[in-house]
Design a protein around this ligand. Sequence first.
Ligand code: C6P
Length: 405
Amino acid sequence: MTYPIDDIRADFPILSREVYGRPLVYLDNAATTQKPRAVVEAIAQEYYSVNANVHRGVHFLSQQTTTLHEEARERVRAFIGAQSVSEIVFTRGTTESLNLVATSFGETFLQEGDEVLLTVMEHHSDIVPWQLLRERKGIVIKVIPMNDAGVLDMEAYERLFTPRTRLVCVAHVSNVLGTVNPIARMAEVAHAHGAYLLADGAQSVPHFKVDVQALGCDFLTFSGHKIYGPTGIGVLYGREALLEQMQPYQGGGEMIARVTFEKTTYERLPYKFEAGTPDYVGSHALAAAIDYVEGIGMDRITAQERELTKYAMARMADIPGMQLYGTAPDKDAVVAFNVKDIHPLDLGTLLDRLGIAIRTGHHCAQPLMARCGVEGMARASFALYNTKEEIDTFVAGLERVVKMF
Ligand code: C6P
């Protein structure tokens, strides 16, 4: 069956708008994706006709929103292959999910001198929470290196383990290099050393089928807004046995069983980690986004995006002075680059005037920029609605910009 690209694009009204009088070419999908009608309508419908706080009211509307919220949790569980809805915690996004693990796992399982392994390609949101924990508890952070293609050095990885290693945190897909890291193999190694593994799925879950049991990871994080869902909702998957032992992250309503001034007992999972009114509209719309991608088929989305990535890299490589970053054999829908010594900000600004949206800068990965010997890069990133014609427009725009320098 051919990929129904015209129908898909028609589902995203924003794609037919113009910027500076030119058709929009949106290639900043790793930062956030555009939203299909089904997601926007799910949000509108809930506010128009169902809205009430969840888990609190006996009244009809509250019960209806609660049902939608809990159905969304089940939808997420099935989507990532978790064993139980107790393992699905709704958060504000990947960043909050990572902070939750650093705080709650850190509080419960880590002592001074315990070691956490991070990769050199981590996003700041998987670095800084661990540094905050280092300041509080004196943990040790060690960094897994990579080669110049952007592939992790697996021998160095194994050598970093000591009896104090407790946790490995790794981006499933790098938001800069597009490298797909070998989570299943890394989890096996971690487990053989008595450590746990967290996979940051912010850039994997939107692009290919992710099954937490097949991966064998202990935690997985992702953001709704990168998978065509709304901003402000995200997910933490955690193995039930671990979540069960972990301290709550925040205190407040919803996360308690009973409160007295002397002592508070906590709700069962996953509510123990969900203090306060949750984003129940966001969860419902996230479920609509999952329905949307599954309606197309994750495997078809992956094939389309991989094809676009290969095509873009091949075309970009022909531009004189082009430096592409991230050439791992297993690479997802991200192409980071610099051309000659043009500042990435200039590239991005001039392309923007041609209607082409890309991201420039350090991509919240300054240690990776340092490893690559640059201050910043430009980055094009693809989604299920992008086309080869858009890549042609992008490459033509790049050629035009490069000639100006
Ligand atoms: N990367 C990018 O343009 P939030 O902001 O919480 O939804 O996601 C944070 C995050 C964590 N891990 C990875 C691998 C990510 O790519 C991101 C977000 C965006 O690359 C915004 S900086």
